[in-house]
Every structure is written in C-alpha cells, then in structure tokens.
Design a protein around this ligand. Structure first.
Ligand code: 5GP
Ligand code: ZN
Length: 114
C-alpha cells in the first residue's frame, strides 16, 4: 500500500532500526519505546489489523510469534518475561493501520494494561 508508513519501512523506503527480517516479516525498534526492549514485528504484506486476517495469513502470524521468541532470547528478555500486544481499533489506541505485534520487555509490565 503506497501511503502506509509501515509498508514503506518494510520496503526500506523509510529508515528504521531493523532487528530482523525474513521473507514475510520485518522487525524494527519502536521510535517511541515504552520499555527497554520495544520491537515492532510486522508482516511485509499490508494487512490493516487483526480483523483483516484471512486463512492465507495463518503462517505469517505463527511465524511472527516464533520470531518474537527468537528476538526475546536475543534481547535477553525471554527469561524475565515479555509481552506481545496488538492494538485493534480506537479503544485499543491503534494508530498505525498496518498489522503489528509489539514485543515489550526489559521491565516489569503492569496488568491489566491501561
Ligand atoms: P499502535 O498504537 O498502532 O499499536 O502503535 C504504533 C506504534 O508505531 C507506536 O508505538 C509508535 O511509536 C510506532 N511508530 C509510529 N511511527 C513509527 C515510525 O515511523 N518508526 C518507528 N520505528 N515506529 C513508529
Ligand atoms: Zn502497510
């Protein structure tokens, strides 16, 4: 999608602090980190949010969680604990309408979230 900021980041047209890339996924540091480790994992394919997922996307969602495990270990937060969060729609505060998984860790995370 041409006017989507995360499509541009995945394509390298907008710079980001990349931490990992696969055929179908791109992972980079959040520009406004909410925790010492705050990574965004996105499918390269433009998917607006969780509600827009189809059967064709099953593999990419599973791969995103497996990549999160790898990154959590590499970033040293796997043992202490981390969180994967996807915001959907206004009440959840979704600001970017390209599906993304927040990987958060490196500090105690409150529950319930705000
Ligand atoms: P949402 O509220 O949609 O779940 O979260 C969007 C996230 O994207 C926010 O945490 C915000 O800081 C991050 N973000 C927005 N624009 C950019 C950008 O241009 N670069 C990076 N690295 N992160 C961004
Ligand atoms: Zn997009």
């Amino acid at each position: 999608m041409t006017d989507c900021i995360f499509c541009k980041i995945a394509a390298g047209k907008i710079p980001s602090e990349k931490v990992a890339e696969t055929d179908t996924l791109f992972a980079f540091r959040d520009i406004n980190p909410m925790a010492p480790a705050h990574i965004l994992i996105i499918p390269k394919k433009h998917i607006p949010n969780n509600l827009a997922l189809t059967d064709d996307d099953r593999l990419v969602v599973g791969d995103a969680y497996l990549l999160a495990n790898r990154l959590a270990r590499e970033l040293g937060v796997a043992g202490a604990g981390f969180r994967m969060v996807t915001n959907n729609g206004p009440d959840a505060g979704q600001a970017v309408f390209h599906l993304h998984f927040h990987l958060l860790g490196g500090r105690p995370l409150g529950w319930p979230p705000g």
